[in-house]
Design a protein around this ligand. Structure first.
Ligand code: EPU
Length: 412
């Protein structure tokens, strides 16, 4: 067992580079299985989820080398084997095996898919996408002698179902049109990846069009992690700090910046770096109401992370239209004296973070939210089960230490 020990109340300042996007890298690692050749991914974060994804693709015969952010995947020869349930139940991105396995082997046995457990996480849209391309579902096995191009209509803009639809379409015979797709930067980067690998794929008039076939080896750089950038912005501001963040496309975080500015913070933005300074001195009428929505809306993965910043100021309200009821993490914030009222579709947070605490990280982003609360108050906080946070944030203790935080990962 490990724990994070944070002596909070120190003002953060300095500069950091964000790592490669977790959710882009995960989608790309499984997308690489669609290519009968070599994929080189650059700027890949060395985090727990990536390590599990590597184990999963290796179990299908992919040859993998990973060092210094460079990930080589040779998927020239693969062999189908049923997914390892223990591994798939550790990460949500294992759902991408559905698309990749149908594309390469024409079959997939549905299994337990993991990931943060903040809401029910159905896969009906992934399955419907496969059925739209001619797959059959018998018991828990999807199979298709040959995927056929077709029309996929996603009733919700699901990140995972869009990526799976694209992976399958690159192997389908003929043309596929995908409607109702997710537009998150990590989804669009999967489209750029396949284009770089020779796919005939484009986005026009709210549809993705893919002509199957013609993939070749590719080298591709993973985009910077906008959620990590937003997280560090909150970490700095909650300590009244000033921080420069580099290495991501700032326009991807526009909705987050608007919410933070509404709380009275000063943010200077150029294309790939931002400077944020804590001022937080707006009149009391500025109590923010933030609703998480699919991109380009406010990111659901930053919804738990803005809450300590609200509590540090005049309070606020959060709603989540992506994961309804993603408020379980709030219980882990109450030991810090953060008071709230939780409803079904929104939660209201009162002003005040009063004390350090001993807590268990509830999930990845909820755990990061606990770190923000810990940084904001004087005194010693202990956060147990930190592995769940390390799954998604590369070198988080080193990066925070470089900004002046007193944080240590202790093995017990
Ligand atoms: N949905 C369905 N049916 C489906 C799939 C999704 O109804 O078959 C619904 C979900 O219930 C949810 C909404 O669609 O209400 C969006 O879910 P989505 O499929 O977009 O989520 P995901 O692909 O499972 C990814 C990220 C999550 C992030 C969401 C939303 C990865 C590995 N995970 O999950 O990231 O919250 O998109 O942006 O890319 C995180 O990084 O902490 C994290 C949870």
């Amino acid at each position: 067992m490990n724990r994070l020990v944070i002596n909070g109340g120190r003002r953060l300042s300095g500069e950091i580079n964000v790592s490669g996007s977790k959710n882009a890298a995960l989608a790309l690692i499984f997308s690489a299985l669609a290519i009968e050749g070599e994929t080189v991914l650059l700027n890949v974060s060395d985090i727990g989820d990536v390590r599990v994804a590597i184990k999963l693709i290796s179990s299908l015969g992919a040859k993998v080398e990973f060092a210094s952010g460079r990930l080589l995947i040779d998927a020239s020869t693969l062999e189908y084997s049923p997914p390892d349930r223990e591994l798939t139940s550790r990460i949500r991105a294992s759902t991408y095996l559905l698309g990749a396995s149908l594309a390469r082997f024409g079959r997939f046995g549905i299994t337990a898919f993991g990931g943060c457990n903040f809401s029910s996480r159905p896969i009906d849209l992934h399955i419907k996408a496969a059925l739209s391309l001619g797959a059959d579902l018998i018991d828990d096995t999807l199979s298709a002698k040959e995927l056929r191009g077709g029309k996929i209509v996603l009733e919700k803009p699901s990140v995972g179902a869009t990526v799976n639809a694209v992976i399958m379409a690159t192997h389908a015979v003929g043309r596929t049109e995908i409607y109702g797709f997710a537009k998150e930067p990590h989804v669009l980067s999967v489209i750029s990846f396949f284009r770089a690998a020779g796919a005939d794929i484009s986005i026009e008039n709210e549809k993705i069009m893919v002509a199957g076939g013609g993939l070749h080896s590719v080298r591709f750089k993973v985009i910077g992690d906008m959620i990590e950038a937003g997280t560090y912005l909150a970490f700095a501001l909650v300590t009244d700090g000033e921080i420069k963040i580099k290495g991501f496309y700032t326009e991807e975080l526009s909705s987050f910046f608007s919410a933070v500015r509404a709380m009275g913070y000063r943010i200077k933005i150029s294309k790939s770096e931002l400077l944020a300074t804590a001022t937080g001195q707006l009149p009391a009428v500025n109590i923010p109401f933030v609703t998480a929505r699919p991109y380009p809306g406010f990111p659901t993965d930053l919804q738990p992370i803005i809450v300590p910043l609200m509590a540090k100021n005049r309070g606020g309200t959060v709603a989540d239209e992506v994961w309804r009821g993603r408020f379980g993490y709030l219980d882990s914030l109450s030991p810090f004296g953060i008071a709230f009222e939780k409803g079904e579709s929104l939660a209201t947070v009162k002003s005040g973070i009063t004390s350090p605490a001993t807590v268990k990280a509830p999930d990845l982003r909820g755990g990061a939210s606990c770190i923000a609360a810990a940084l904001a108050v004087n005194g010693r906080t202990e956060i147990y089960s930190p592995e769940i946070i390390l799954r998604g944030y590369e070198n988080i203790t080193e990066k925070l230490t470089s900004l002046g935080a007193d944080i240590k990962l202790e093995a017990l």
